[in-house]
Design a protein around this ligand. Structure first.
Ligand SMILES: Nc1ncnc2c1ncn2[C@@H]1O[C@H](COP(=O)(O)OP(=O)(O)O)[C@@H](O)[C@H]1O
Ligand SMILES: [Mg+2]
Length: 159
């Protein structure tokens, strides 16, 4: 089962991220998969808004991982934003120990997550971004999803 949402502009993709934040739980790792310009960072900015991040979110190009303090009622205190695009090898990804990065009250969003997928020794959520045209992106959410989250994702997909 997967959940799809069609986003007809970058604002809509940002909104999809903001709504998605509401179904996140501490400890979640979300892999973002899709080509350059697909809207991964746009989505993360929306998630950050939904989690109550105050500071500006930009691509963590030179740092690989950026931590943002969150202010929300979801029990999520930290957003870890990773971008493994410029990481040269799987060994380097392993060195980042991304799996251990997510502490109890944090969530991690990983751009180019498919590169890193094999280093996560546990369940992850995966959002795949398909570029349909200049303006249209189709977002597809998959993973091990329990009943509560399935309900929330059904609503998310039809919003
Ligand atoms: N529906 C859409 N969703 C997201 N971005 C879009 C959309 N339509 C056009 N764009 C443009 O595509 C680019 C997406 O960039 P970005 O979010 O940085 O992608 P990525 O992080 O996947 O490389 C932006 O320039 C944005 O304005
Ligand atoms: Mg990006």
């Amino acid at each position: 089962m997967s959940y799809r949402r069609r986003c007809t502009s970058d604002v809509r993709t940002n909104d999809a991220g903001e709504d998605f934040a509401q179904l996140l739980r501490s400890g979640d790792i979300v892999l973002l998969v899709g080509p350059l310009g697909a809207g991964k960072t746009t989505f993360v900015k929306g998630v950050a808004r939904g989690l109550g991040v105050i500071e500006r979110v930009t691509s963590p190009t030179f740092t690989v991982v950026r931590e943002h303090e969150c202010h929300n009622e979801l029990g999520i205190a930290t957003l870890q934003h990773c971008d493994v695009y410029r990481v040269a090898s799987l060994d380097e990804v392993l060195d980042l120990a991304l799996g251990e990065l997510v502490e109890e009250s944090a969530v991690a969003l990983v751009e180019w997550g498919d590169i890193a997928a094999s280093v996560f020794g546990r369940d992850v959520l995966r959002v795949t971004f398909e570029v349909q045209s200049d303006e249209i992106r189709v977002l597809d959410v998959e993973g091990v999803i329990d009943a509560q989250r399935a309900n929330a994702l059904e609503v998310w997909a039809t919003s």
